[in-house]
Design a protein around this ligand. Structure first.
Ligand code: F6R
Length: 248
């Protein structure tokens, strides 16, 4: 997997934000929507901050952007402090001119028996929109992309996923302890992600170094779902020097 290493997350995020902005403008020029797959978590925050800056200072418009987020905790109310719906509004959508109906985050409020049908529709909506032009990803310390935990298959689609203990432990800081941390999430599947025309994965910090090395240099394996990106013709890892420290 091609890997670009930057001195720090800020410089890396600027490069990624510029790629996204160029794509949005290119699609605007063609009179087409730009279909983005978006991630939450700490890694993309600096990318979203740069996109907001470009909107404010350089007139970058999001009017033609249609977005689909990777995942949402389940169950989860949209106005909860920890919801990914809220995260996206606070980190990006409320600060740019994306039309209100154009962004999608998996619905954490559904009754459990409605989730499978919702998941199927979510994948179908992406397909009907023309497929993802660009998918932004973070990576879990265990190799998860979206919430496709180790064991997820390469042909998996959007579905309800049991979260790994390590994922819940990392999230528990935000939820006020492990007992209050959700056990499940709705996530786009590996196949849903791999169908994107372009994929950029972000990783910052030493904590991500081992999983980055095995995703880039190891075998393609379900024990590190990020390794599936080796099979994609147009994926790029954008990482800082600390996250690159275990690469040979
Ligand atoms: C978030 C998501 C997750 C995160 C991953 C890394 O939508 O899908 O896969 O990208 O857990 O999280 P951070 O960036 O907080 O280290």
């Amino acid at each position: 997997i091609p890997t670009n290493i930057y001195a720090d997350a800020k410089a890396a995020s600027r490069a990624v934000a510029h790629e996204i902005a160029d794509l949005i403008r290119q699609k605007q020029g063609e009179g087409k929507p730009c279909i983005l797959g978006l991630a939450t978590g700490s890694s993309p925050k600096t990318v979203y901050a740069e996109l907001i800056r470009m909107h404010r200072e350089e007139g970058l418009s999001f009017r033609n952007v249609v977005s689909f987020n990777l995942d949402e905790y389940f169950p989860m109310e949209p106005d909860s402090l920890q919801s990914y719906w809220r995260f996206m509004r606070e980190q990006l959508f409320d600060h740019v001119d994306i039309p209100a109906g154009n962004y999608h985050v998996p619905d954490g409020t559904l009754p459990p028996d409605k989730v499978a049908q919702f998941a199927k529709q979510y994948d179908q909506q992406i397909t009907d929109a023309g497929g993802l032009d660009f998918q932004l990803l973070g990576i879990g310390g265990n190799g998860h992309i979206g919430f496709n935990e180790p064991g997820s298959l390469i042909n998996s689609h959007t579905r309800l996923m049991m979260l790994d203990h390590s994922t819940r432990a990392a999230a528990s800081v935000d939820f006020g302890g492990l007992p209050r941390t959700p056990r499940k999430a709705i996530t786009m599947g590996v196949a849903s992600i791999l169908a994107a025309k372009r994929i950029v994965l972000l990783a910052w910090g030493e904590r991500k170094a081992p999983v980055i090395a095995s995703a880039v240099e190891g075998t393609v394996t379900e024990t590190n779902p990020a390794s599936y990106l080796q099979t994609h013709p147009n994926a790029l890892f954008v990482i800082d020097e600390a996250a690159a420290s275990d690469l040979t």
